[in-house]
Design a protein around this ligand. Structure first.
Ligand code: G6P
Ligand code: ZN
Length: 584
């Protein structure tokens, strides 16, 4: 057995290592600075209780972006030196974020070991490559992101760190081959185990969904399917699940080979960045020729996000979670005994609220960030949740789950088409399901405008103005009526604040809200996930109960409110932008 020694390297604090909404995300060149990654990882070890380090089992993997392999080898050497007992690595360093969560919760090593945490190497939907982003975040033993109490400690530790131990002479482990490598260190045995990236996750999906029913849908000549992994880690699961297990055609997979630069693209599943899928689904600017598939979906770099499309039809993420919640009990075996509750993030439309009310379900509105759902789920208060930012999931893990969302939609389609798949009736399409939902529950017209990489000071000023205006609503309403008399009055305005019903913690300043008398909303917030400058997000929502008016083009329906939002916030004045970077 190869043995290793531990040496202690002296270091000094590096500025700016404060983890954001989802870990530390910076340009690769920042991460490559001497001691940068080492400091952060050691600061994390020092923030954990000793039993989560000494003798512990840790998962280390990610979305396979540029610098991942180097980072994994460094983390292995640091883990060995800190007395970690074993490190589990997905083959080729690949594990989707939801799969990491599943591995922490479900995987049992051959000696009965269980993981107590994970370093996930991803910057999610941000581009990858030598000049793009890298990221690292720590997840806890429940499979969810570390809570603020831990990330605050990590940050404090990065400001005082003086040294870290490292097993410099530990040979690099070949992470492309499944198997175990064992070493002997000053504190005893240390193993690195490389395992199949998909096994544990596929097993979990099979325990949630009825694969046989979905298979009937996917193999029916009436149905067609397309999945775009955007060259992210979802590709490591798509072939196995959709083709091998569920019988989809090989050619229904787009960009399903994981690449360290995501093929030069921006791996964010929305109508702007998922261009190829959007074209194929008949929603592009040009007609791609041929009949689009019945169903299309895409994932982001680390496969926790999803976009759901029907033939020439876009499902907003806010509608998607509402529709999944409304159909879960009937269509998905995991939920057959009922939902414990449902939840959405504040900027997500209120479509889910209406479902919760009609079905008598517990309902929660939380700030942006998946960790808030995790607390509710750990307490058994929430089964299904989702966000406008293309995140949907359930209490099967503690991260949002892109492939789960696709399987949920396929289950609903299979359920609604039980008869039509056997007989000659027409297929119930994605569009049919959504329109039927609107007819039952009303429709929340919804759009989001993103202004990316704007000057941070200007963004702060804009937000400041919007807070100030909240104390003079009569003036605001004068402006609203002057612009668009048909828009309702602003009834109230505030900054969203959340008191966690489980641990009592309070999160303030979670977004600026203008709430209109007819239920419409304008929400403004600054993104917590960018790596450069500031990103302003503007969320616009309008509720229509009248079933005869739920079929309008979203753009037309929302145009007066959009105009009000832009003028009220002086968007162009502050940002110098006449149009947003992305509209979703
Ligand atoms: C990540 C988090 C989500 C959050 C999203 C948007 O994906 O996991 O919970 O909704 O970022 O965050 P942002 O702060 O950029 O709007
Ligand atoms: Zn992601």
């Amino acid at each position: 057995m190869v043995s290793f020694k531990v040496s202690v390297v002296s270091t000094s604090p590096i500025d700016g290592q404060k983890p954001g909404t989802s870990g530390l995300r910076k340009k690769v060149k920042v991460f490559k600075q001497p001691n940068y990654l080492e400091n952060f990882v050691q600061a994390t070890f020092n923030a954990l209780t000793p039993e989560k380090v000494k003798g512990a089992t840790l998962v280390v993997s990610g979305d396979g972006r540029y610098y991942s392999e180097e980072a994994i080898q460094i983390i292995i050497k640091l883990a060995a030196a800190n007395g970690v007992r074993r490190v589990w690595v997905g083959q080729n360093g690949l594990l989707s974020t939801p799969a990491v969560s599943a591995v922490i919760r479900e995987r049992v090593g051959d000696d009965g070991s269980k993981a107590t945490g994970a370093f996930i190497l991803t910057a999610s939907h941000n581009p990858g490559g030598p000049t793009e982003d890298f990221g690292i975040k720590y997840n806890m033993e429940n499979g969810g992101p570390a809570p603020e109490s831990i990330t605050d400690k990590i940050y404090e530790n990065t400001k005082t760190i003086k040294e870290y131990p490292i097993a410099k002479d530990l040979p690099s482990v070949d992470i492309s081959v499944v198997g175990k490598s064992s070493f002997e260190g000053p504190e005893g045995k240390f193993d690195v185990e490389v395992f199949d990236s998909a096994d544990d996750y596929v097993k979990l999906m099979k325990s949630i969904f009825d694969f046989e029913t979905i298979k009937k849908l996917l193999s029916s000549p009436k149905f067609s399917f397309c999945y775009d992994a955007m060259h992210g880690v979802a590709g490591a699961y798509a072939h196995r699940i959709f083709v091998k297990e569920l019988g989809a055609q090989e050619n229904s997979l787009l960009n399903c080979t994981p690449k360290e630069d995501f093929g030069g693209g921006h791996p964010d599943p929305n109508l702007t960045y998922a261009k190829e899928l959007v074209e194929r689904m008949g929603l592009g600017k040009t007609d791609s020729g041929g009949e689009p598939p019945e169903f299309g979906a895409a994932a982001d770099g680390d496969a926790d996000r999803n976009m759901i499309l029907g033939k020439r039809f876009f499902v907003t993420p806010s509608d998607s979670v509402a529709i999944i919640a409304a159909n879960a009990v009937a269509a998905i075996p995991y939920f057959s005994s009922g939902l414990k509750g449902v939840a959405r993030s504040m900027p997500t439309s209120a479509a889910l609220d209406v479902v919760a009310k009609n079905l008598g379900l517990k309902f929660f509105e939380v700030p942006t960030g998946w960790k808030f759902f995790g607390n509710l789920m750990d307490a058994g208060m929430c089964s299904v949740c989702g966000e406008e930012s293309f995140g949907t999931g359930s209490d099967h893990i503690r991260e949002k789950d892109g492939i789960w969302a696709v399987l949920a939609w396929l289950s609903i389609l299979a359920h609604k088409n039980k008869q039509s798949l056997e007989g000659s009736a027409n297929l119930v399409t994605v569009e049919d399901i959504v329109r039927q939902h609107w007819a039952t529950y009303g429709r929340h017209y919804y759009t989001r405008y993103d202004y990316e990489n704007v000057d941070a000071a200007a963004a702060k000023e804009l937000m400041g103005l919007l807070v100030k205006l909240q104390s003079s609503l009569p003036e605001v309403n004068k402006l609203v009526k002057g612009l668009h008399p048909e828009v309702a009055n602003v009834a109230s305005a505030d900054e969203f604040e959340y008191k966690d019903p489980v641990d009592g913690s309070v999160s303030k300043h979670q977004g600026i809200r203008y709430l209109f008398e007819d239920g419409s909303r304008l929400v403004f917030r600054l993104s917590g996930t960018g790596s450069e400058g500031a990103t302003i997000r503007l969320y616009i929502e309008q509720y229509e109960k009248d079933a005869s008016k739920t079929g309008r083009e979203s753009k037309d329906a929302l145009s007066p409110l959009v105009d009000v939002a832009l003028k009220l916030s002086k968007m162009q004045e502050f940002t110098g932008r006449s149009a947003p970077t992305v509209i979703t």
